[in-house]
Design a protein around this ligand. Structure first.
Ligand code: SAM
Length: 211
């Protein structure tokens, strides 16, 4: 993955952002050493941004699509008040096994409810409202996730979508995922139900709320 801002700026931003707790430093090292495609882990900058969004919005119920090794789920859980919940979905049983080992060691692990299976199927079984919905699973389903997320979103809730700049490939889409993200961005931009902004954080993060 090529970040949108130069690597030296990315590193500078990370150095001047609140550091990760030791457990998430360990999870990050372990993910890079032992999991396929470790670059999927969102990381310190985006995780800390998610924490700000949760605290500023007063979110209590969070839904995540795309848990991977549980990094962003743990970051979000840590920002929630007591009684807050992160429901998080992933299709990969290996990711669930990995993430569980770290949820069990986290002081915020009890707030996290992992669901195994295709995220769209899981979303069909869920009842809203969710205050914040973080979309970070397979890119080809982004528009489907968005449409169901709007049904599950609380009034005044926030949808956060990762990888919307896709290493810049949205400018010249070539494969299925490139085209899906470009089509998703166009779909949201033309949707009169919402307002949205794309932040050039990491690989592009879109914030969406109902008008
Ligand atoms: C980018 S990673 C998520 C990273 C995570 N949010 C983080 O910040 O560490 C995407 C995850 O989506 C999962 N995934 C892919 N297709 C899926 C689907 N149809 N349903 C649910 N999860 C899916 C993958 O197994 C992968 O773990």
């Amino acid at each position: 993955m090529v970040f949108i801002v130069p690597q030296a700026i990315e590193d500078y931003a990370a150095k001047h952002t609140t550091p990760l707790p030791p457990l998430l430093e360990e999870l990050t090292r372990d993910t890079h050493a032992n999991m396929k495609a470790p670059q999927m882990l969102s990381g310190q900058l985006e995780g800390t941004l998610l924490q700000f969004l949760i605290r500023l919005s007063g979110a209590k119920r969070v839904l995540e699509l795309g848990m991977f090794t549980g990094f962003s789920a743990q970051m979000m859980a840590a920002a929630l008040p007591a009684g807050g919940v992160v429901v998080t979905c992933d299709i990969d049983p290996a990711a669930h096994a990995f993430a569980k080992r770290y949820f069990d060691r986290s002081p915020h692990g009890a707030k996290i409810q992992p669901k195994v299976g295709p995220a769209l199927e899981t979303m069909r079984t869920l009842t809203g409202p969710f205050d914040l919905i973080f979309i970070d699973a397979d890119k080809t389903n982004y528009t489907n996730y968005y449409e169901r997320a709007l049904e599950l979103l609380a009034p005044g809730g926030l949808i956060v979508v990762d990888n919307v700049l896709w290493s810049g490939r949205v400018l010249d889409p070539k494969d299925e995922s490139d085209r899906a993200i470009a089509a998703f961005n166009k779909h949201v931009a033309g949707d009169p139900r919402v307002r949205q902004v794309i932040l050039t954080v990491r690989d592009g993060v879109m914030l969406i709320s109902r008008v």
